[in-house]
Ligand binder design. Structure first.
Ligand code: AGP
Length: 614
């Protein structure tokens, strides 16, 4: 959950490193550091807090050097402070290293090294790793590259590391296992390293995604060399980056989150384009078509995911059961991986992840794969670990999502899962052609409907002003809207720090209704559909306890307008598509409340964009 960058070439390294850290700050932001090598010595600076703190620290010092490494941290071992910030140095000071991940056997290694006189300045697992590499290097007399490979063979855990030896200004060494690492290949022996492509895209489009248990040597003169931990030579596979620079800028919005909320008409359009063929009246998804029999013979679908992706999975449960008539179970990946689940060879496992790097989801995939299931991934980041770990998959084309609170990725995920459910239903013959065509047309009209919903921004802001000082909130929905209630509550929790809960509206009577009084805002998704009347009576139950009702209703709704304190109108759509349209006002509501409470919406406290450790 940290962000790492590295550079070697002919340019000044520091400006490239600091800009890279700013781009990766969404991955972790409790301390940061850089080290540049110049004429045999390191200019190393690190401190607690955001990258901006590091910038003001470095500004008072000499930061020259045409090679260097940088790190922005999300603490796992050792509190966020100056000493535990990265980079960490070896005992002899010759090596400096940055690391994203967790070394699980670090205490065993530490004890062994301490018996040999190694002394440690920090509480981190990372400092133990650089001392261990130093030790193997000294003992074996092999090249540092070889020593890193041998040392990592003894390491248990997840890592993406970059290492510099001050005695060798021509080389950077990096390696990965579970944590992501991308190498940017520039001209004339210039190389860039980063946790994802966002710090690299403005310098080169040529990238190599390092695979698990690979170690790379980046040499100014000799170029790029990759070997596995088992010492197999690998030919670097250079890919062209599709990402555009402007996609990772704020584009005039106050925050990435607000920009990403407003990008949803385009991101949904891009996620369904080329897959929804209205003229043919068919859904075409190569990842499904290439493995048709897996879907037609599937007896169950297991969905594994975390957080917002898990909520998208809940919507998919309703979609696959309704359209494709396959039983679906939605699993928290973190529970699934340790529950010794029963997995049948005819199971299809759908793994949903925006980042494609979430450790629990990755582990759930590996477990299901071991037990013979067919794994289909739904990811947003091209080349991510999960997208390479699955048998097949479909990318959501939402573009880079930088705000920690997921918004456009959720609606893109539900759009892709919707297409998958229609495609599988068509293959299994469980949906009538006219219904299929009607739903395809409805899905195709969703981007325009969201354009309309985005016009309610000012009204939502007005409602946010009224409820910004709430200390609790309850979100209610039925059927397809139940997962949306959960998602709305999660958005409010993670960016405004207000305690909120999502509930199936009918569940209220079994407990949560006790929470309701005139202080409790109750946000209800009350769009016209199969359970409308039921939701109206749930609203009356809340009203009877003086709860404050904010209702998401369809344009022209009169009944709920009479009952609710505030209504936000959205265009009518089929029940099954309500999750994509009705979540947008909930995203805006949490956004405005958080801004009014002075919260950092793009980088909420204690959170990080991709959770690469368990
Ligand atoms: C959502 O806003 C959060 N950022 C978080 O719950 C996220 O959805 C979860 O960590 C899963 O991430 P993934 O989709 O990248 O796997």
């Amino acid at each position: 959950m940290c962000g790492i960058v590295g550079y070697i070439g002919s340019k000044e390294a520091y400006p490239i490193l600091i800009k890279g850290l700013q781009r990766l700050e969404y991955r972790g932001y409790d301390s940061a550091g850089v080290a540049m090598l110049h004429e045999g010595s390191f200019n190393l600076f690190k401190c607690k807090g955001k990258v901006a703190n590091l910038e003001s620290l470095v500004a008072q010092h000499n930061s020259v050097g045409d090679m260097g490494i940088g790190h922005t941290r999300w603490a796992t071992h050792g509190a966020p402070n100056d000493v535990n910030a990265h980079p960490h140095a070896s005992g002899d000071g010759n090596l400096v290293l940055i690391h994203n991940g967790i070394i699980e056997n670090y205490s065993t290694l530490k004890e062994a090294l301490q018996t040999q006189g190694h002394q440690f300045l920090s509480d981190t697992d990372t400092e133990v790793l650089v001392h261990f590499i130093e030790d193997v290097h000294a003992k074996t007399g092999l090249s540092l590259f070889e020593a890193v490979r041998l040392a990592l063979a003894e390491v248990v855990g997840a890592y993406a590391i970059v290492l510099i030896d001050k005695r060798n200004p021509n080389q950077l060494i990096c390696a990965k296992k579970s944590s992501p690492l991308v190498i940017g290949v520039g001209d004339h022996g210039e190389f860039f390293i980063a946790s994802d492509a966002t710090p690299i895209v403005e310098y080169t489009k040529n990238v190599v995604y390092l695979n698990d248990e690979e170690v790379a040597l980046l040499d100014r003169n000799e170029g790029l060399k990759i070997v596995t931990i088992q010492n197999q030579i690998k030919v670097p596979y250079i890919q062209a980056l599709e990402m555009k620079l402007e996609a990772i800028e704020k584009g005039g919005y106050d925050s990435f989150m607000l920009k990403e909320i407003h990008e949803q008409p385009r991101s949904i359009h891009d996620s369904i384009r080329g897959r929804l063929n209205l003229s043919l009246g068919a859904v075409r998804m190569s990842g499904i078509d290439e493995h048709s029999e897996k879907w037609t013979q599937a007896t169950r679908i297991l969905i594994v995911a975390c957080g917002t992706s898990w909520h998208a999975g809940l919507v998919a449960e309703y979609l696959f059961e309704e359209f494709a008539r396959i039983p679906v179970e939605v699993e928290y990946a973190s529970e699934f991986r340790y529950r010794d689940p029963i997995i049948l060879p005819t199971d299809v496992v759908i793994a949903i992840s925006q980042s494609g790097e979430t450790a629990d989801t990755l582990a759930a995939i590996e477990l299901a794969k071991e037990r013979g299931a067919f794994i289909f991934g739904v990811c947003n980041v091209v080349g991510s670990t999960i997208s390479r770990a699955t048998h097949s998959g479909a990318y959501t084309h939402a573009g880079p999502e930088i705000g920690v609170a997921s918004t456009k990725a959720f609606t893109a995920q539900v759009s892709v899962l919707y297409l998958m459910a229609l495609a599988v239903a068509e293959k299994r013959g469980t949906i009538a052609q006219d219904r299929l065509h009607r739903l395809m047309a409805e899905l195709n009209s969703v981007p325009d409907k969201i354009e309309e919903v985005l016009q309610t921004n000012d009204q939502v802001k007005m409602i946010a002003e009224i409820y910004k000082d709430s200390s609790n909130a309850l979100y209610l929905g039925r059927g397809y809207s139940f997962p949306v209630a959960l998602e709305g509550a999660l958005k409010l929790k993670e960016i405004s720090y207000i305690h909120a809960e999502g509930y199936p509206a009918a569940e209220m009577k079994h407990g949560p209704i006790a929470l309701i009084d005139e202080e409790m805002p109750v946000i209800v998704i009350a769009t016209q559909g199969s359970s409308y009347e039921k939701v109206v009576s749930n609203i009356q139950e809340v009203k009877a306890r003086k709860g404050k009702i904010i209702a998401i209703v369809n344009i022209g709704d009169k009944t709920v307008r009479e009952l609710a304190d505030y209504t936000i109108e959205i265009p009518k759509t089929d029940d099954s598509l309500v999750p994509i349209v009705s979540v947008v006002p909930l995203q805006l509501l949490s956004y405005h409340i958080a801004v009014m409470r002075g919260c950092n919406v793009d980088q909420p406290r204690n959170l990080a964009k991709s959770v690469t450790v368990e």
